[in-house]
Design a protein around this ligand. Structure first.
Ligand code: SF4
Length: 212
């Protein structure tokens, strides 16, 4: 059950940012989002979008990724960093999807996390953005800001996810990540957050009572 305090925070975020589902990683289908999310580890969404713009023209089907040459794919995605593991996982993932899932990206957390290179974060991105199933993506912004707002004391992403599941109403699980990414990019930076402009300042546990 969401507390009055949590409901107030959500109402403010809804008012500020709306309630549309936005995905910052460009994609036209489920496997494109899946591979873009794998590439986004330790990389900015802007960089991934730059890479996928050409990549998804060159490799225009799941089968094209399943048949891809590892060293060539490594070169194609090099600028996203950690390209060896990412390329290896993308090819292995494409093969699993074509061989075991009839070319479809599955819609359960168990099946998604059984894919090579797919952890809970990536699985939740797919569940929320593609299938609109209630799911909470814990990225660096969600981790930092959920703690600042006093919604978790955990540091492990999986434990944070479970804490958030307890305090947020299900209809805001997907939106939480969308809103908090925007908030984290515009106001609540990791270093030197713009606390003087912050519309959630009165709910902030980290800054409340401190002079700025
Ligand atoms: Fe972030 Fe500062 Fe707002 Fe707290 S007051 S949520 S630290 S921007």
């Amino acid at each position: 059950m969401a507390t009055k305090r949590v409901k107030e925070i959500l109402a403010i975020l809804d008012e500020q940012y709306g309630t549309d589902y936005i995905c910052y990683l460009n994609h036209e289908n489920a496997w494109q989002l899946l591979f873009a999310t794998i590439m986004s580890a330790q990389c900015t969404d802007e960089r991934v979008n730059l890479v996928t713009k050409d990549l998804y023209v060159k490799y225009d089907s799941l089968q094209a990724f399943a048949d891809a040459d590892l060293s060539r794919l490594e070169r194609d995605i090099r600028s996203t960093g950690f390209y060896h593991n990412k390329a290896k996982n993308i090819i292995a993932c494409a093969r699993r999807l074509t061989e075991d899932f009839g070319g479809q990206v599955p819609d359960t957390i168990e099946e998604l996390t059984s894919l090579p290179g797919v952890g809970r974060k990536t699985a939740n991105v797919i569940l929320g953005n593609i299938y609109h199933k209630p799911s909470i993506v814990v990225d660096t912004h969600v981790k930092r800001i959920s703690a600042r707002l006093g919604l978790t004391k955990e540091t492990d992403p999986e434990k944070i996810e479970y804490d958030l599941q307890k305090v947020l109403p299900k209809d805001h699980w997907i939106l939480w990540n969308i809103h908090i990414i925007t908030f984290g990019r515009q106001i609540c930076f990791a270093r030197n957050p713009k606390c003087e402009e912050c519309f959630l300042r009165s709910y902030c546990r980290e800054k409340a009572g401190k002079k700025k």
